[in-house]
Design a protein around this ligand. Sequence first.
Ligand SMILES: C[S@@+](CC[C@H](N)C(=O)[O-])C[C@H]1O[C@@H](n2cnc3c(N)ncnc32)[C@H](O)[C@@H]1O
Length: 277
Amino acid sequence: MGKHKIYKILDLLNKKRGFDFSGYRVSLLERRIQKRISGTLSKNFDDYIEYLEKYPDELDNLFDALTINVSKFFRDPLYFNYISKIIVPDLFLTNEKENEKSLRIWSAGCSFGEEPYSMAIIINELISKSKTFIPPKIFATDIDKKALTRAAEGNYSFNSIENVKYSIFEKYFSKVGDQFILANEIKNNVLFSFYDLLDKNHTVPPDCIYGGFDIVLCRNVLIYFNPDYQKIIFDKLYGSLNKNGYLVLGEAEVLAEGFKDKFSRENKWCKIYKKVG
Ligand SMILES: C[S@@+](CC[C@H](N)C(=O)[O-])C[C@H]1O[C@@H](n2cnc3c(N)ncnc32)[C@H](O)[C@@H]1O
């Protein structure tokens, strides 16, 4: 499949759905479009374009195929253990000393909400055991409006909660049919909104009003972008963090060129970085 053919489809998607996927890695686009070519029983790319023109609803399926929403509560548990045992207690202390009124967290590319809700649970647990009370402000953003609606509802299948410890499960989830419903106590701590990480007009999501984040989680999102677009996103993430704030990446992600001296890695086993300078 030639690049120009891919861009033809992306153009169609952009015109009809107002979202530009041209910064995504070509190999990913190719694989995902191919999946929809098979899914619609089209013979080849040109056939699929005709299909899209005849059945414009297929653009929704293509959009869903391109925005990969796989997530889980406490995905890569070691990361969340480290955040809970080291990072948040450290931020509580610093923010208390510096008289900060809240702990600001941004989950960028939050999918169905498992990641920001995991943070809300961690912080709720820590607050209930400590004397410090620095309320969290957790913002969670994505380009997928359907995923954001589901995230705000907070209902999950077993797959999403399989890493949840029993003590946490018992406290914050209830089971209705085959769904696991998250408690309002946690849901109320996360604000979901639409935000494209490539948005040229806003350096941080408008709903957050300003950056100043203590922790930014951008996990399993950057892998989809080509290196030039990754740099645009890293610039944003870096600018949105407080001095000494933490950036949490996905296990398969690395800092883009030009950012290695702007962060120090927290440890050898997690892709968690502290902003320096
Ligand atoms: C694989 S999920 C990652 C979910 C979660 N961060 C995790 O690691 O479990 C990737 C998410 O990134 C979102 N995404 C893709 N491109 C984006 C963009 N340009 N701006 C914001 N979110 C984006 C997708 O819609 C999808 O929900």
